[in-house]
Each structure stands twice: as C-alpha cells, then as structure tokens.
Design a protein around this ligand. Structure first.
Ligand code: PHE
Length: 441
C-alpha cells in the first residue's frame, strides 16, 4: 500500500484522530457503569494504573508496527519479517474490527435516535423510560437508525484520511469537549451532586476485588481501541518524523480526561436523582433520560448529552471502518469509495440480525444470549485480548527492529521491551482467561 499524501495524518490530526477513536461508548457509557459496579474512585485509580502499564506499551507497539509496515493491519506483521506464519494473526486484526463494526453501528443508531427523542421533548418526566427503550429496540426503527449511522460513517471515511477522518475529528473532538464541560457544570451544580463527586473521586480500597483489577485491565485495553487493528492502520498514516512515545502519552491522557469528565457528569447526575450508580448497561438509555427529564432545562441538557454520546460513538466507528477499508484497498486494489461502500453495506446487512436479536427476533440467539450479545462477547472478551497478545508477543520477541521503529531512547526502550515481554503478556492472558469465563472468582 503506497501511502499518498492525502492518505497521511498531520501531526496534530493524528493525535486528535486517535483520541477520537479512543473516546467512544467505552468512555461515556461503559466506564461509568463499571466504575459504579466496582466501588467508584478506587476502581478509577486502578484504571489509570492499567492504562499506564498495559495500555501505553501496547499502544506504542501497535503504532510502531503500523508505521514501519506502512500496510494494512493484516500485512504489517508479515512485511516486518514475521514470516508467513503471521498471516493468520494479521487477518485476525481485520476480522475482529469488522465484527465489532457490525454491532457497534447498531448502538450508534440508538444514540442518534435518543438525541432526536430528547430534543423533540418526548422524554418527559414521569414517562416509563424502560418501556420506551424496550419498545424502541423491539421494533424496526433501530435498523433505520443503523442505516443512517452507517451512511454517515461511510461518508466521512470515503473522503479519505486527511480530507475526511482528520478533518471531521478536528471539528468533532473540540465539540465534544465543549459539550462535556457544559454537561459537567450542569451535573455538579445539581442538588446533592456532592455525593456523586465523592463516590467517583474519594477512593475506598475495601471495595476492590481481584475481579475489579481484571475488569479495569480489560477496559483500559478496550478504551484505547487496542487489539482492533485501528492503531496499526492509523500508524501507517503517521509521518516518520513524528515521535511516537509522546504521541502515545497524549492519546492516553486524552482518553483519560474524557473518561474523567464523563464520570463527573454521570455520578453527580445519578446521585442527585437517587439512581444507583451500578445499574449496568441500561444506565445510559433508561436511568439517565429519567434524570434529565426531571431537571430544569432537561430537554436541552438531555439532548446535548445524547448528541455527545452520538459523536463519541460515530468517531470511534469511523476509525474501525477504516481498518477493513485499508485492507480491501491493499488486497483487491479497490478504490477507497468502492471499499467503503462495499464493506459498509456488508457490515450493515450482517448487523441487521444482531439488531433484531435484541427485540422482535429473540430466537436469533442461543444458550441464553442474543446473537448481538454473542458477537459482543466473542469480540470484546476473546478476540480482542488474543489480538493484544499477538501484538505484544510479536513486538517483544520476534520483531528485531522494534526499538528503532518506536524511536525511544535506550532506557525507555529497555523498559518498554521489559513490559512487553514479561508483564503485558501475563496480564493479557489473565484478562483472556477471565473474560472467556475460564477463570472465575
Ligand atoms: N475505544 C473505543 C470506545 O471506547 C473502542 C471502540 C473503538 C469500539 C472503535 C468500537 C469502535 O468505545
């Protein structure tokens, strides 16, 4: 894959785009509820430690592989001297994001639908919010919204790396920052918000279990968009003069700051309205609309919240679509436009049964899980940690030129290699055993 100029990021554009990928439903939806389930502030600290010891080394490894390989996520390993045996490993880096794309876009659609619902004033105080959500996912509307989302995402990716992905992220990331700050100010000034802030920021270590550590690790990994081929792909578009170490730090810090502010919205809001912070996945679509509907100017703030959620989800979906698109361009020589619409089309069609499996077609599932949940489980809990293990083993043990490629000083390089060889693989293996259900507490 030759990488022409319009297929390259500028320095700042790259960092913003990697942050845009990292900040997604993971930060605003999942992070608050797992923090709630694991006791609050102590878990937040654990998450920061996991970002540092596992997230950053892997992030740097993926970027270095991508930039040196200058190829799609599938072929960089082979190109960098891993030999043919690494071909399957590379293909996994494209298959996993394709599968994630199929179900993630369904949820992007939900966020858009809720943005419209909230602004139209349909989320009124006293409504049956659980019923509204169930009614929505039980019908055909999710598929319409899934289609709208897919077209939006495809439209951005078709415009290319600098003219599409980077250009939109340069607008959307600052817009998200403004929305987050506005919503945070609203949340922390609600009556009773203090209890939420202190739950989130005052650690109580007695709440932590070994399980919390694995949840935090898995989430640090997911939140930085690792194991999804995204940073391998984006790495190929990075200028060779850009320093990857500081870039990785900036991306990690960006992801953390957005998660921190999301927490400062969710916890004060839920505490102020007497909602338990550990409601699980339904928190965002059921409990929060109830809270927004009950506050002054709730239509406005609820609407803004769902716009924020939609932008976060859209920009992450853009990054994940780019992975199979880069692969198709390289492998079959298709144009960007052709690659985008063929892949978006196939992924949309594959996503339909997933969307329906949550509502009107419950028979699309087995062993007590819907098809949607199975694909989520397979990708998030199994394929992602396996992909992460592959990256760490490749960089730590097989790739002779990793040091030069990452551009680290020799002390930092030794520390990085040590982490990639002895710490990250062990921790990733533990995460894999835990998320696949083989290790139980
Ligand atoms: N980091 C992303 C998030 O928090 C993970 C992700 C990226 C998921 C791209 C899907 C697509 O949501």
């Amino acid at each position: 894959m030759g990488v022409p100029k319009e297929e390259r990021f500028s320095k700042g554009g790259f960092i913003l785009s990697a942050i845009a990928s990292a900040v997604g439903l993971g930060n605003i939806w999942k992070f608050p509820y797992i923090t709630g389930e694991n006791g609050g502030a102590a878990f937040f600290l654990l998450f920061i430690i996991c970002l540092l010891i596992v997230g950053l080394p892997l992030l740097l490894a993926e970027l270095a592989i991508g930039r040196s390989g200058r190829a799609s996520a599938a072929s960089s390993f082979v190109k960098l001297g891993g030999g043919r045996g690494w071909r399957a490993a590379g293909l996994l880096q494209v298959l996993t994001p394709f599968l994630i794309l199929c179900f993630y876009v369904v949820v992007v659609g939900w966020t858009l639908h809720y943005a419209v619902l909230a602004f139209s004033g349909s989320l009124r105080a006293g409504s049956d919010f659980g019923g509204i959500f169930k009614h929505f996912i039980g019908g055909y509307m999710p598929i319409i919204w899934q289609a709208v989302s897919m077209v939006l995402i495809g439209w951005i990716v078709v415009k290319g790396v600098s003219g599409g992905i980077e250009r939109f992220n340069k607008i959307l990331i600052p817009s998200m920052a403004v929305l987050l700050v506005l919503l945070m100010i609203r949340a922390v000034t609600l009556p009773g918000a203090g209890a939420g802030v202190s739950f989130f920021l005052n650690p109580d270590f007695s709440q932590l279990t070994p399980e919390s550590a694995l949840v935090a690790l898995g989430h640090a990994f997911f939140s930085l968009s690792l194991g999804m081929g995204i940073l391998l792909t984006y790495g190929a578009y990075v200028d060779k003069r850009q320093s990857l170490g500081p870039a990785a730090l900036a991306i990690g810090a960006g992801d953390l700051i957005y998660a921190l502010i999301a927490g400062l919205i969710i916890f004060p809001t839920t505490f102020s309205f007497g909602i338990a912070p550990n409601e699980g996945p339904s928190l965002v679509f059921i409990a929060l609309p109830a809270a927004f509907s009950a506050m002054p100017l709730g239509t406005l703030f609820g609407g803004l919240f769902f716009v924020l959620l939609a932008i976060a989800a859209l920009t992450s979906a853009v990054s994940i679509l780019e992975v199979p698109v880069a692969f198709a361009k390289e492998k079959w020589g298709w144009s960007r436009t052709k690659s985008v619409w063929i892949i978006a089309g196939i992924s949309f069609v594959c996503g339909i049964p997933l969307a329906l499996s949550l509502g009107m077609r419950p028979e699309l599932g087995f062993l007590g899980k819907s098809l949607f949940d199975w694909i989520d489980f397979l990708t998030s809990n199994i394929l992602l940690p396996v992909s992460g293990l592959i990256v760490t083993i490749f960089t730590g043990f097989y790739w002779k030129k990793a040091g030069e490629a990452a551009g680290l000083s020799s002390a930092w390089f030794r520390a990085w290699l040590f982490m990639l060889r002895y710490i990250v693989p062990v921790l990733m293996l533990l995460v894999l055993l835990y998320t696949s259900g083989l290790l139980k507490f």
